[in-house]
Design a protein around this ligand. Structure first.
Ligand SMILES: NC(=O)c1ccc[n+]([C@@H]2O[C@H](COP(=O)([O-])OP(=O)(O)OC[C@H]3O[C@@H](n4cnc5c(N)ncnc54)[C@H](O)[C@@H]3O)[C@@H](O)[C@H]2O)c1
Ligand SMILES: O=C(O)CC[C@@H](O)C(=O)O
Length: 527
């Protein structure tokens, strides 16, 4: 088996390359490529491991014909076009906790640096100015810290600030009252935070809701002389408005690790009073970089070699414990989806995915994604679990999930009910011996069949001698039958025949079979 190939395109701790190699991947380390250079080589790779420098644009993804996974050694994925990756079936993962402590510590360092103007005093002292009377600081003790965003990093900053005897208030619409109590912070609205905070630190992702959360209007509502720290994302603060507020003294100091445009090699803020900055160093400690490098390499290698999915942002995650249990169900789900995609006539408008018995104990999201991958295969060759839900949505397919704990005839069952041109139909399958997928229901008829590579599907009126006639027809066309599976609604009623055959069924065979007496429908199927 050829080894999956991974490219590390940003500066990353060497542990990442070691882990890829130890886990069965071939790895190239090429930091600092231009977008053109990356585009020229990306087609060779199954995995791309990045930090923040590599921009994974739609243009790069178009050239990434083999790419299966992008791994971000860090948290923010704003340098990856996730919708474009999803549409191409590429999993995007990050490492959500590996650099949280380090980044929180950077925010605390910025708070102290602002409170005591350490960078300015350092610079002038080294210039021989001895500015002892110029710099008068403030204590953090007893001051109010306003956190905007109280997730992983915000909550660590809160704990450290409480240790410094600050009072902590937080604005985060998704923070529950219980969690606020647990963190020891007071949950407030944004205007209250702006009015009360002596220091503000930002810890949210950059989204449509948070972009410019500290706008000119918001800055005007702050306590005069407030000091602001942003170690989250550039774009959360309106930089032009911040410059004005620093110049006017409305904001008493600001420390930015992140900028609207990076690298920020020039900015009007550089000349503003009490402004300090670092070049996106929030995650830059040895400990954090080792953590994220190890984690991203383990996650990506796991996905490329076993299909295990952890910390993915565009596909349901599968834990190491769940992955082996779900694997046979996903195979069954994809087969049933593919069967639906092949036998449904016309557009499929809705699909209901039902798990029953033992299957109802499992995480249903990956099963649904696998059914959709099977169904959407009727429209495109390059469908997988990642892009199938997007394609389904794009085509207006209504998807619902049903979970049925009680066991029916089978101890575990997966049923896919769809509505297409001919109305509502369903197919169902189970697992034999815990991992062998078996079809047990087709178009409302009980049948028992393994879905094999090439098959022929026939719906006919059950009449004597029919099986002989179909056997002769296939024999005349030189087609060998592997397995023969028959189901019928009632004696002499409608019957369904599923034959596994040794070669694909051509149109000539389908046309000849359609001419046989009592045949209603014939299709060649491939799995
Ligand atoms: N400077 C760096 O090097 C560096 C390093 C790591 C992380 N980061 C950035 O720090 C930020 C926070 O990371 P995290 O791990 O704590 O993320 P997180 O997802 O754990 O927390 C984000 C918090 O923001 C809250 N939030 C979302 N929308 C909000 C809104 N409109 N108003 C207020 N709060 C809102 C969420 O509820 C959540 O609690 C991210 O932007 C991340 O990219 C920067
Ligand atoms: O990789 C880095 O140095 C920055 C990481 C940081 O911005 C993140 O979002 O994790």
């Amino acid at each position: 088996m050829t080894k999956p190939k991974v490219l590390i395109s940003d500066k990353m701790d060497p542990k990442a390359a070691e882990i890829f190699a130890a886990n069965g991947c071939e790895v190239d380390v090429k930091p600092g490529m231009t977008p053109e250079e990356l585009k020229a080589v990306i087609g060779e790779y199954d995995g791309l491991a990045i930090r923040s420098a590599t921009k994974v644009t739609e243009d790069i993804l178009e050239a990434a014909t083999n790419l299966k996974v992008i791994g971000r050694a860090g948290i923010g994925v704003d340098n990856v076009d996730i919708p474009a990756a999803s549409a191409r079936g590429v999993v995007v993962m990050n490492t959500p906790f590996g650099n949280s402590i380090t980044t929180a510590e950077h925010a605390i360092a910025m708070l102290f640096a602002l409170a005591r103007q350490i960078p300015m005093a350092d610079r002038e002292t080294k210039a021989g100015e001895w500015p002892k009377s110029k710099y008068m600081g403030v204590e953090l003790t007893g001051k109010t810290l306003g956190l905007v965003g109280a997730g992983n990093i915000g909550s660590i900053v809160a704990a450290r600030a409480l240790g410094l005897r600050m009072k902590v208030i937080a604005f985060d619409p998704y923070l529950t009252a219980d969690r606020a109590v647990e963190m020891g912070v007071e949950k407030v609205d944004l205007d209250t935070l702006l009015a009360r905070a002596d220091f503000i630190t930002l810890h949210t992702p950059l989204t449509d809701e948070t972009r410019g959360i500290l706008s000119a209007e918001a800055l005007a509502k702050t306590k005069p002389g407030v000091r602001i720290v942003n170690c989250a994302r550039g774009g959360l603060i309106d930089e032009a408005a911040l410059k004005d507020a620093l110049d006017s003294g409305q904001v008493g100091g600001a420390a930015l690790d992140v900028f609207e445009t990076e690298p920020a090699t020039a900015s009007p803020l550089f000349d503003a009073p009490n402004f300090i900055c670092t070049p996106h160093l929030g995650a830059s400690t040895t400990e954090a970089q080792v953590n994220v490098a190890i984690q991203v390499a383990e996650q990506m290698a796991d996905y490329l070699t076993t299909g295990g999915i952890t910390n993915a942002l565009n596909v349901p995650s599968l834990s190491a414990e769940e992955a082996p249990k779900l694997k046979p169900y996903m195979a069954l789900a994809e087969q049933l989806g593919s069967l639906v995609g092949q036998i449904a006539t016309g557009n499929i408008s809705s699909v209901a995915i039902e798990v029953e018995g033992a299957a109802a104990e499992l995480n249903q999201k990956p099963i649904t994604a696998a059914v959709l991958a099977g169904i959407m295969g009727r429209y495109s060759q390059s469908v997988n679990m990642v892009n199938a839900p997007y394609l389904a949505k794009e085509r207006g397919l209504e998807v619902s999930e049903i979970r049925n704990q009680r066991e029916g005839t089978y101890h575990t069952l997966l049923r896919v009910t769809y509505v297409a041109e001919k109305g509502k139909r369903s197919v169902a399958g189970t697992l034999f011996g815990s991992d062998a997928p078996r079809l047990v229901e087709l178009a409302g008829v009980n049948i028992e069949a393994a879905l094999e590579k090439e098959m022929m599907y026939i719906v006919n009126e059950d009449t004597p001698g029919f099986i002989g006639r179909i056997g002769s027809l296939l024999g005349d066309h030189g087609i060998n039958i592997g397995n023969f599976n028959l189901g019928r609604r009632a004696a002499t009623g409608e019957a369904v025949l599923l034959l596994s055959v040794d070669q694909p069924i051509g149109q000539d065979v389908i046309d000849a079979a359609c001419k046989l007496e009592s045949v209603k429908r014939v299709k060649g199927l491939s799995f």
